[in-house]
Design a protein around this ligand. Structure first.
Ligand code: HSE
Length: 301
């Protein structure tokens, strides 16, 4: 192979109580083309002036991980990125870069790694699987660590008519900083609070009992600690529920807030945007379908 093009979806992680474990793919895609040639990176679209244009780029990290995994030297490649996923806003832009690089690297190597193998490599780079797993599999996924290097991923069916309604603030979030505010220890009542809700969330999504989501998307493990940095978050969640969302939560480590809705998307979006405006938070509303398939190779030559 001389050239490979892959598409990888945006993802939302945690979904409220499923910290580092549950995620969902969204119908918004980055496209990467790698071509054999002298090393270069060009990026257009979201984050074009922010993403590193050298080997620190996570796309390169993904390609390198494949070639290290198979024990071959890393080929010299030209990378061209067309990005639609907002950069560093809690919508899985880092995971999309890692997964794009892994998938493109896997294809150009001729090895064609399985989804399971891609997930292990991706989650070991990211440190958790809740963005990379849905980016690879599509839909909603639960991922758990198995030993020091292994991961188990399973898909959760979600209703076809479910939409994600987002408010994407203009401010950037650094995941490492956003994780640094989280305590190392949690209390037993808080653990029980989240365990029950995470189980309820998975069951509600797979049975279509959307009326349970307003309870099932609440969280005590990360959102309360991240409110200090994203003060509008609880107000945006309340606005989404007022507008008729089934449930709402901080998307990944923020700053975006995501609501799940069926048939009330425009009202939910309006309520969230209006609340953001009254709190002096600039940004953009988005309404997205759930992406039911994950990253794929769309062209090769
Ligand atoms: N589960 C992660 C977090 C998602 O909340 O920090 C962002 O990488």
């Amino acid at each position: 192979m001389n050239s490979i093009t892959v598409r990888t979806p945006a993802t939302t992680a945690n979904l409220g109580p499923g910290f580092d474990s549950i995620g969902m793919a969204l119908d918004l895609w980055n496209e990467l083309t790698i071509t054999r040639g002298d090393f270069s990176i060009s990026t257009v679209g979201e984050g074009a002036d922010l993403v590193p244009q050298d080997t620190r780029n996570l796309i390169v990290t993904g390609v390198e991980a494949v070639f290290n995994h198979i024990g071959q030297s890393i080929p010299s490649l030209q990378y061209h990125c067309k990005n639609a996923i907002p950069f560093s806003r809690g919508l899985g832009s880092s995971s999309a870069a890692i997964v794009s690089g892994l998938l493109a690297g896997s294809a150009i190597s001729g090895l064609d790694l399985t989804k399971e193998e891609l997930t292990i490599l991706a989650a070991n780079i990211e440190g958790h699987s809740d963005n990379v797993a849905p980016a690879i599999y599509g839909g909603c996924t639960v991922g758990v660590r198995n030993g020091t290097k292994g991961w188990i991923v399973d898909q959760v069916s979600v209703p076809e008519d479910l939409f994600a309604v987002l408010f994407v603030p203009d401010i950037l979030s650094n995941t490492n900083e956003s994780r640094a505010v989280l305590p190392d220890q949690v209390s037993r009542p808080d653990a029980v609070y989240n365990i029950g809700r995470a189980a309820l969330l998975v069951n509600a999504l797979s049975t279509g009992r959307m009326e349970l989501l307003k309870y099932a998307t609440d969280d005590r493990l990360h959102q309360p600690h991240r409110t200090q940095a994203f003060k509008a978050m609880p107000h945006l969640i309340a606005a989404a529920l007022k507008g008729g969302a089934h449930g709402a939560f901080l998307s990944g480590s923020g700053p975006s807030v995501l609501a799940l809705a069926t048939g009330r998307e425009v009202t939910v979006s309006y309520e969230m945007a209006e609340t953001a405006r009254t709190h002096g938070l600039s940004g953009k509303p988005m309404i997205l379908s759930i992406a039911h398939c994950g990253a794929s190779v769309v062209a090769s030559s």
